[in-house]
Design a protein around this ligand. Structure first.
Ligand code: GDP
Length: 443
């Protein structure tokens, strides 16, 4: 879960507030102390915390809350709104040039994830139907050019490079010229980082900026470095004028400090977040959704987007029809498991559901990839007739199926049991299941 420790503490505080019918000023003060501590422990900048608490407190002791029937809920709502505002309010989009190509310059320290992020960004805009050009302008880090070429090849995105001896300013200028000629857009520049901020690096970046006038200068920073990331962002912004920040490694167990402070301290919006090492792991940053997840309100919107991006709607409808008409077979069962798997790790999905963070038993619902392989093998060892009508699978058939799939009879039995359970459950959730039965099951 995102910012697990911070989320746990805030939700604990809110649980206490919700339990009270009326709130006194002392209740609010106590809650504010807890929130303040939780934010500081999450490594949020102390000045940001101070301002945040005073804004929330002022609103929380106001009339609208104290006279409300659900004062605890009102306080949660205020904290949600203020957290969202703290992170920039609404999402910020890429600033596209009126005359293509748009130039996006990525800057940052070594190891922050610049090269990986360049490829991720190329993939993201490619999925929007654009034809990006990746530019290898990191001529100092050994292997950076090669790394970008390999990633470009995977994504089928062209990579512009001029070899290690070239000057980065010349590379950038030539790349933009090339993009204009062949119609590539946007141009994504992977510039050179250093281990620490130094003048040579800044001078080079300023020269590139001057030469190609990028629409976007995005700082790539590692969220795991907390307040250091915020410090780095401040310096880059002062010297270069950033248009935004990309926070990487938000999939790790970062405490949240960077994400919650960077906007307030530097004035630069977070535009994207890196959520893993793979090239698809880049997300548009939505302050309100992150605030919801931190407060345990779930992130249903992201969940729906994830489902829409990964699920085949026609297949899903067809499955629904079959379930309704009781034609659901073992083949459909396998298909459904595969669709579920495409959505990604189940615990990640579950953590986006409102209140689900707390439901420990849901964690047992994992689809084990090894078990998936077994399931697939077992179903493939059945005859079409057996898949349609598992009732005919007797002892000798089970033995044959187990032998054919390299599993044991117990495994075949377990699969059949799971299938039965799934069928019953699905039947309850569709119109095929009678309302009365539903009531019995879910009092
Ligand atoms: P650069 O020196 O800034 O170009 O950094 P790289 O792109 O080479 O990335 C440094 C390391 O961070 C690599 O091992 C990447 O796989 C890893 N990395 C980059 N972004 C992310 C992310 O969002 N999550 C995780 N877990 N790892 C990342």
């Amino acid at each position: 879960a995102v910012f697990a420790s911070l989320a746990d503490k805030l939700q604990e505080t809110f649980k206490k507030l919700r339990g009270k019918g009326k709130l006194t000023e002392a209740d609010v003060s106590a809650a504010m102390r807890e929130i303040r501590l939780a934010l500081l422990e999450a490594d949020v900048n102390f000045k940001v915390v101070k301002d945040f608490i005073s804004r929330v407190k002022e609103r929380a002791v106001g009339q609208e809350v104290m006279q409300s029937l659900t004062p605890g809920q009102q306080v949660v709502k205020i904290v949600h709104e203020e957290l969202t505002a703290l992170m920039g309010g609404s999402e910020s989009k890429i600033n596209w040039a009126s005359q293509p190509p748009t130039v996006i310059m990525l800057v940052g320290l070594q190891g922050a994830g610049k090269t990986t992020t360049a490829a991720k960004l190329a993939r993201l805009v490619q999925n929007q139907g654009r034809r990006p050009l990746l530019v290898a302008a990191d001529v100092y880090r050994p292997a950076a050019i090669k790394q970008l070429q390999v990633l470009g090849e995977q994504l089928k995105v062209p990579v512009f490079s001029m070899g290690e001896g070239s000057n980065p300013v010349d590379i950038a200028r030539a790349a933009v010229e090339h993009a204009r000629k062949v119609g590539s857009n946007p141009v994504i520049l992977d510039t050179a980082g250093r281990l620490h901020i130094n003048e040579a690096m800044m001078a080079e970046l300023a020269a590139i900026k001057e030469a190609v006038k990028p629409q976007e200068i995005l700082l790539v920073v590692d969220a795991m470095t907390g307040q250091d990331a915020v410090q780095v962002a401040s310096t880059f912004h002062q010297q270069l004028g950033l248009t935004g920040v990309i926070l990487t490694k938000l999939d790790g167990d970062t405490r949240g400090g960077a994400a919650l402070s960077v906007r307030a301290v530097t004035g630069c919006p977070i535009k994207f977040t890196g959520m893993g090492e793979k090239t698809e792991a880049l997300e548009t940053f939505h302050p309100d959704r992150l605030a919801s997840r931190i407060l345990g309100m779930g992130d249903v919107l992201s969940l729906i987007e994830k489902a829409q991006a990964n699920l085949d709607v026609e297949r899903a409808k067809e499955l629904q029809r079959k379930i309704r008409q009781q034609e659901f077979t073992l083949e459909d069962f396998l298909e459904q498991m595969k669709q579920m798997k495409k959505m990604g790790p189940l615990d990640e999905i579950i953590s986006m559901l409102p209140g689900a963070g707390k439901m420990k038993q849901l964690k047992d619902l994992q689809i084990d990839p090894k078990e998936m392989i077994h399931t697939e093998a077992i179903i493939q060892s059945m005859t079409p007739e057996e898949r349609r009508n598992p009732a005919i699978i007797n002892g000798s058939r089970k033995k044959r199926i187990a032998a054919g799939s390299g599993t044991r009879v117990q495994d075949v039995n377990r699969l059949l049991r799971q299938f039965d359970e799934a069928k019953k459950l699905m039947h309850l959730f569709t119109e095929g299941g009678s309302k009365k039965k539903m009531k019995g099951r879910f009092p």
